[in-house]
Design a protein around this ligand. Structure first.
Ligand code: IMP
Length: 180
């Protein structure tokens, strides 16, 4: 059982569902009559994207980027390797980057630079979680689900060593599991 490795649940399934619905409604209002592309980052952003997409009521397309970060969680280096780029051009389109969690902000900063170079009409960020206490790079977040404290969280797409993504809530991993 995955659940036995969880110290506590920070954000429940119901809380996530309600918040995602509200964010979807806000995005639908803000981008009404605009050409919107949601860009998700594999693999962590997958579940949030899938739910957010269904909470949006206006026409929308999706695209993916995949990256791999060097360094462990404790020393997020901001050195990111692009493994998969967008499938289609976003020139002149409204791009909304959908992220699972913003921690130091270094990864997002890299992604924003890479996307800006593709000359979208607008470029904004929607993140499910914001761990702002660890922020190094100042970034504007247009949509945000929840603030989280400086703890390692898993579930709802977020992993530890590629596991725990399938937990339906956001939970804190037990310290001994992280040390193992
Ligand atoms: P940043 O470059 O420090 O902002 O790191 C962002 C990336 O680190 C996220 O997209 C996640 O992949 C990962 N990350 C940061 N904090 C956590 C966490 O608490 N749990 C799981 N992954 C995390």
């Amino acid at each position: 059982m995955l659940q036995k490795d969880i110290e506590k649940i920070l954000i429940t399934e119901n809380q996530i569902r309600d918040r995602v619905k509200t964010i979807g409604e806000n995005i639908s209002k803000d981008y009404a009559d605009k050409e919107l592309v949601l860009v998700s980052i594999l693999r962590g952003g997958l579940i949030f994207l899938a739910d957010l997409l269904r909470a949006i009521t206006i026409p929308v397309t999706i695209d993916f980027m995949a990256i791999s970060s060097y360094g462990g969680y404790a020393e997020s280096s901001g050195v990111v390797q692009l493994i998969k780029d967008l499938g289609e051009p976003v020139l002149g389109k409204n791009v909304l980057l959908v992220e699972d969690i913003i921690d130091t902000g270094l990864t997002l900063n890299y992604l924003m630079q890479s996307l800006k170079a593709k000359q979208p009409l607008t470029l904004e960020v929607c993140t499910l979680l914001d761990k702002s206490v660890r922020r190094i790079v100042d970034l504007d977040l247009a949509y945000k689900g929840f603030d989280v404290p400086d703890l390692f969280v898993v579930g709802y797409g977020l992993d530890f060593n590629q596991k725990y993504r399938n937990l339906p809530f956001i939970g804190v991993l037990r310290e001994d599991v992280i040390q193992r």
